[in-house]
Structures are given as C-alpha cells and as structure tokens.
Design a protein around this ligand. Sequence first.
Ligand code: UD1
Length: 361
Amino acid sequence: MLKIMHIVGARPNFPKVAPIMAEMAKQPDRFDQVLVHTGQHYDYNMSQVFFEHLEMPTPDEYLNVGSGSHAAQTAAIMTSFEPIVLKHRPDCVVVVGDVNSTVACALVCAKIGVRVAHVEAGLRSRDRTMPEEINRLLTDQISDLLFTPSKDGNENLIREGVDPAKIHFVGNVMIDTLVKLLPQALQRNTLKKFSMKAKEYILVTLHRPSNVDDPTVLRGILQAMAEISQDVPVIFPVHPRTRSRIHELNESVPKETLQLVDPLGYLDFLALMNAAKLVVTDSGGIQEETTYLGVPCLTARPNTERPITLSEGTNRLTGSRYQDLIEATRESFHRQNGLFRKPELWDGQTAARIAEVMLKK
Ligand code: UD1
C-alpha cells in the first residue's frame, strides 16, 4: 500500500489532481490518499466550484495561506505544510504544475527526505522573469519522479542533468479531465446564458503579471479587445488580480460588446472555450486545451513553455502590444485552420499511466 499525498493550491492545479485521485481511488488496496489544499486560491469561483465540477473530495488538510508577496506566500506554505507532512508521513507527495504551492511543498519534502513526484515536469519558457519558470526549474531539480506531458519536457530535463531514470513521458493529465467532462459541459446552457452564438465570439483570459500589472500594457490589451469587439463580441472572465488592476486603471470599458464577467467554473469555461471562434489568453493550460479542442488560440506572451501547442496545435504567440493583437486577431479570421493534431498521449489516459509508474518506482 502506497500512501500518497496530493497538493493543490491554485486554480490550474485542480483539473490536474482530480484525475490522478480518481484513478488511485479505483485501486484502494494499492493507494491510500491524502489531499492538502494550501489555500493559495480561496474565492468560491477560484477554488470551491472546481471541487464541485471535478467531483474532488474535500481536502483532508486546509492550510489557509491566502495571498501575499512571492516570498511571504511561499514561506507561509512551507511553514504550514511541514507539520502536515510530518504528521501524515506519506510515501510520496505529488505536486503539479508551476505555482508557488508546487515549489513550496516540493522544497519542504526534499529537505525532510520525503519523495516528491512532479506532474507536468520539464516545461520551459526560458524566461526567468516569469515566477512560474523559477518554480518549474527548482521543482524539477528536487523531484524524485518527473512526469512529462510532451517529449520536449524530457529533452529539457536531460539537458539540465536530471537522471533519465526519473523521467517518465506520460502525456497531459489535464486533458484527462477535459475528455471526461466535455460531454457534461456541452449539456449546459452556457452560451445562451451569456448570449453568445457558437463560433461567433472571442473568449479572452488574462492574468500574467507581465500583462496586467503594467498599466500601459494592460491599457493596450484592453483597447485592442474593445476595438475587436466592435466586429466580433468578446467575453472576458476576469481573474481577481486582473479585476483589481482594471479597477486601478479607472477607465471605462465598452460594456455592450466587451463583456467582462466573473471567473467561471470548469464546465462553463470549457463550454465557452469549445465553441469560441478564437481564444486570446496568457494562460498555460488554455494553450493546451484549445490545441486539444482544435480551437484557434492567440497567446499574448513573447514565449511559451508549451511549444508543442505551436508546432502541432492551434496556438500562436502574438506578444501583448495593441497593434500586434489587432493584426493577429484579424488575420486569424481569414486563415484556414491549418493542420493540427492532438499531441502524443494527450488521450485521457495519463492518470492511469502515472499511477502505474508510481506503483513500480
Ligand atoms: C497564480 C499562479 C499562476 C497561475 C494562476 C492561475 C503563482 C506564482 N502564480 O497566479 O501561475 O497561472 O495562479 O490563476 O503561483 N486573489 C483573489 N482570490 C483568490 C486568489 C487570488 O482575490 O482566490 C487575488 C489576490 O489579490 C492575490 C492575487 O489575486 O493577491 C494574485 O493571486 P496569486 O495566487 O498570488 O497569483 P495569481 O495571479 O492567481
């Protein structure tokens, strides 16, 4: 029997951990599971709604760390997590993705000699101004098992000197959740609720500090989206960080065509993404989900840690400048959706492969 402790903290963690827990729950004689929520995200629509939509168990431990600077938040997670891991004494702690909760818990485990498995290992933007890139680099260096979503991840890890025996290419676990829940998402009346027609609207999400914390950059993006919305309606579920930055700008947004709404739950967001004419985003996960769905995606960033979405998928990098966003959006309306394919092992079976490897290692 393996005692596994799973860590979740921020919104993108939930659809990655849910399928792993569901898979392990099918094998109760092999896995004993504990779920820890750090509380990095705490609003209902940033956290609890995902537990409901993804049918995740209530966390066994809730650390309630909340928001703060990177140092304060990471330190708070480490300090509260250490006694929890010592209390439960798991055989292995599973961390996912690249948020502060990921690196904080991995570091605690590495120092006290508890094995760490990192799911979504090996992704690199090569942009160290991104907090997530630091989290990815450090977490991978101190993990004992590294599960990669694409083979570029294996190459990056080997280049950084990681022992190849620790690396396992298993595919994209978040796609397991998408495959499972797409039928449910399609049954909801989401488009109607927001008065959108299939393939006749643009879905926008933005929350990277590099896009929203600088007023000039944020103003340019909002102006571009407002202008585009004169031609095609735009729906923009607004992350809390972005909401407060927009508020600080103190400028009016043309509400008739540019619809700013609260963050959505998993199922409504998936329904909107699936039927969008185009998605404009700076998220990591959405680049992958649009690639899987075959929906065109423009990423408002200069780089991506998910190059497979460019080479095989529907993603394009535009940067964040007003003119570049306008041009790329208009161009995307006229471009045939080129050849794309679902990347290797993005097949809904990744959690099963992770569980199998964990039993052997
Ligand atoms: C975090 C992750 C980022 C991920 C994103 C997804 C890090 C370094 N960043 O960024 O990788 O893409 O989550 O959402 O871990 N806030 C609320 N309610 C909440 C959560 C946050 O109001 O439930 C507000 C607070 O004002 C907070 C700000 O949002 O200060 C930012 O939250 P934080 O967790 O620090 O970073 P994110 O931008 O959400």
